[in-house]
Design a protein around this ligand. Structure first.
Ligand SMILES: [Zn+2]
Length: 406
């Protein structure tokens, strides 16, 4: 006789308890056939930073392929960045994207509105006109270079009760760089991106947030200076939160190879930066982990470190990476990981939590990362070939199965 498998339902502090069911019927471990005894039901993850590329760049990803990939990663809500064509900078442009989401998304997809027209940094977008249909405002992909433009954006966002979400990058400090300005770049003759190009705008924006009272969230922080600035700002009572991405926590410039799948913006930094980010995750300075899932075509990622497009996919590997490398090794607890992936993003962006949104994982099942198995159109990942634990068996959104492992 085989022992009956038990299903662990991992609830969350401060969130309603839930009973995992599909179409009103409680799910049973027996439904999952051949798997380990360590099966867990986790509340649906929420990723506040993805690029689903539609409208405008559907050869890289679509709302359909991106949301299916997200479901396979255990996500039930994602927020899409506005570097699209048309850029959602007015209600009319936003409508193009909203229609596709309505027809094609298999999970919750909440768009960002742009901060400036065309993300060009020259004129404020119609924040008020878009407010009720966007999660927040961001010019992700580019930094808002002009201080006064950012001040106006913060004042307007504050009056609308919305968060300003900033990709922090000072263009005057880039000098054509494309990987971290560190040991690897020097040894291999590459042009580097200095850490200051990230932390300098964060320093500016923290002062603006303090001045205007606007809620401010920093995208994908990658440097130790960024962690320290945000840690201090929180102590000073500034309304600031931030995210980092899985790759910055488990990789650094020592892992770089001469291959476009190691190229993203911001770049993989030094070991000291990675360790500072982990400390930030542990002490609460870093509020959430977002993937910055940024798919491109195979050709766009085939041109090496210098010439490939910036961006890697990450939504199908985020949980197994974080579970294997941070939870199983004892760096953080599973509770803390669930705060970072589900609780804090929803709290910051006022996204409701539904007990009918969850995923089921075989936590002990091992697998090797094989991009050919991704549902995303993007296949470029620095984790190719990594051996990880944690396989998603099923994802349920609004009580309906949206992904099931076959
Ligand atoms: Zn960005």
């Amino acid at each position: 006789m085989m022992a009956e498998k038990k299903l662990k339902v991992l609830g969350l502090t401060g969130m309603p308890a839930f009973s995992p069911s599909v179409d009103g019927t409680l799910i049973s471990p027996a439904a999952f056939g051949d798997c380990s005894d360590n099966i867990a039901v986790l509340p649906g993850f929420c990723d506040v930073h993805v690029h689903f590329r539609e409208p405008g760049f559907s050869y890289k990803e679509t709302i359909s392929s991106g949301s299916l990939a997200a479901a396979r990663g255990g996500y039930t809500i994602v927020c899409t960045m506005p570097n699209l064509d048309p850029v959602p900078d007015s209600p009319e442009h936003l409508e193009t994207q909203l229609k596709i989401i309505k027809n094609d998304a298999v999970i919750g997809v909440l768009p960002y509105g742009a901060i400036t027209v065309g993300e060009r940094g020259e004129a404020l977008a119609d924040l008020e006109g878009m407010a009720e249909n966007v999660v927040a405002f961001s010019d992700d992909g580019r930094g808002v270079q002009d201080e006064n433009m950012m001040r106006q954006a913060m004042l307007t966002a504050k009056s609308l009760g919305r968060v300003i979400v900033a990709h922090c990058e000072d263009n005057s400090l880039l000098h054509g760089g494309y990987i971290h300005d560190g040991a690897y770049a020097k040894a291999h003759g590459h042009r580097g991106i200095c850490s200051k190009s990230e932390w300098k705008p964060i320093e500016r924006d923290i002062a603006l947030s303090r001045e205007t009272g606007c809620a401010y969230h920093v995208c994908h922080i990658s440097t130790k200076e960024s962690v320290e600035l945000i840690r201090q700002a929180k102590k000073d009572g500034v309304d600031v939160t931030c995210e980092t991405a899985p790759h910055y926590l488990v990789m650094d410039e020592g892992d770089l190879k001469e291959d476009g799948r190691f190229k993203m913006n911001p770049p993989l930094r030094s070991k000291e930066d990675r360790e500072a980010l982990i400390e930030g995750v542990r002490d609460g300075t870093i509020d959430m982990i977002a993937t910055d899932h940024a798919p491109h075509s195979a050709e766009e990622k085939s041109r090496g470190l210098e010439k490939s497009a910036f961006g890697i996919v990450g939504i199908e590997t985020a949980f197994p990476i974080l579970y294997t490398k941070l939870v199983k090794t004892g760096v953080i607890t599973m509770d803390r990981l669930l705060e970072l992936l589900t609780v804090n993003p929803r709290k910051r962006f006022n996204i409701p939590y539904s007990p009918d949104d969850y995923s089921v994982w075989d936590l002990d099942q091992e697998f090797t990362v094989d991009p050919e198995q991704f549902l995303s159109k993007g296949k470029a990942t620095p984790f190719e070939g990594w051996k990880l634990s944690g396989v998603c068996l099923m994802t349920v959104k609004d009580g309906k199965i949206v992904y099931q492992k076959n």
